[in-house]
Design a protein. Sequence first.
Length: 637
Amino acid sequence: MSDECLEPVLRIGLLGAVQAWRGRQEIPIGPPRQRAVLALLALEAGRTVSMERLITGLWGERAPTGARGLVQGYVSRLRPSLARAGVTIAHGPQGYLLKLAAEQVDLHEFRVSVARARAMETDEARASGLRRAMALWRGEPLTGVSGGELLDRLRETLREERLAVIEECLNVETRAGRDAVLIPELIALVSEHPFREGLVGLLMLALCRTGRRVDALERYERTRRRLVDELGLDPGPELRQLHQRILRGAVCAVRTPGLSASVEAVTTAVPAQLPPEPGQFTGRADELSVLDSVVTRGETASISVVTGAGGVGKTALAVHWGHRIRARFPDGQLYVNLHGHSPERPLRPIEALGRFLRALGVPPERVPDTVEEASAAYRSLLADRRILVVLDNARGVEQVRPLLPGGRRCAAVITSRDHLAGLVARDGAVPVPLGVLASDEAVTLFGRILGSERLSAAPDVALEMARACGYLPLALRVAAADIAGRPGGDIVGQVRRLAATRLSVPAAGGDPHPATRGAFDMSYHRLDPPSRRLFRLLGLIPGPTFTPEAAAALAGTTPGETDRLLCGLAAARLIEESEPGRYTFHDLIREYARERALAEEGEPARARALDALLGWYLRAVRDAGEVARVAQSSGAS
């Protein structure tokens, strides 16, 4: 069939003015705020966007009265234009879903193209692929829309993403020996981004390798003076090292000894590892204020330790705060779950350091294999940069201390069920104890998840639910998600059934298990039998995350049935999608699922399920090994 016979599909552009096309015909999508709604939905194409996120995106914290109705109006007016192109916007309890393949949005097409380019075998092929990806950009991202600070942050994130890919492409092209033709482009980029030291380094390198050593040294001096005069800072260690190499005449070779041994090391990777911002984050004003005040001190690397019981919302607080102040850390954000209080083995410091160093651009083969050397390299890379480090779920001081940044422009926030008093006493960490929610905050959180219109007929039910859940955020989220998944049900009756379990209300920092168990029980017993069985078996998986394929092997279900069951568990907040195609548990829910498996699944059934899972793992490893062997053989030939 010829291309002319194919029905043109809808495409949405975010990498420039927000627009929609069908074939070559632009589709009208309305005024700026209506365009902003489409942009927010397209950013998460194929995934549900909550009403709260849409309101925040459009107005920030100053949403007008009737904001929900305004959003509903924007969506209603978008639907006819999109429907003519065969695209719908679905509405459900969790929000709105743009039913569109991700590759029909230029941003997602850009990211896929970049990933494909990185997988190419030669520098020439990688550079060509990255250039094709960058050609998708039409200008300043997300223009032509009106919105709040969220859209501004998203726009800034996309600018940074584009610049990082540009640097990566120029780096690859420099390795391929295209220095001379890149100089004009590099000069223009450095003029636009004078403090971006990776670009300055690439320009210096290109100038030097084309016989313009004096120009390269002059460019360094110009950058150094501007940094000192305008920011009161010296150039970073890698730019200084490159300057010294040029002075010594040691830049003609691509590789020289040391951590900055390759051209790749000249361009520092900008990690952005924070997990997605928690939905319906509520309260915690005092704790956020403490975290803000620690960062403003600035004499040394600011360190905060958020402590509290399991399920109290430590990770949500750290991640929410990280997203809120990420603009103050333009050199990147590092995140790692240390699994200090998980069924899995706690992460060793050398493992976490390896992850961080690779994220910062150190080639895997150059990552040191001892904690002392890796920690020293890590601190050197962070010395003059503004990077936020989130160390989640820490078990003890010795697990954390090698991961602390040393530079005064960095910040670290640690979450733990332990007090980590050693960090407070020796490292100057500021403790941020976290208790259960205040009653009004718990009521607000419940209402945001469930929807205020469903509570209007029974205004006291939210407080009753908050009491029944012990004011614990995790228990409230699970219970509210369970009720939200049953529109039209008797909310009061469901809350009374939970309260009838006579749960004890834990004190701040106390044992949260009674409250969480009651909420988990309510959601668990509402599941259909196949969903309950899969949930129990998932608690037996030894690793922190799992894929739908692993779940299907474990339960012996078909891919379609497994997807349905996983979607139901995710809707009930019993599991969550940590990244596309991969799921995880909260630690307490994993423990609950495992207890259910031990109580309700006989030993033979558990053994059969684990044998099937291990068999699937083994086949996957063998298949991956075969692919690697074929690729290696092809490269050798």
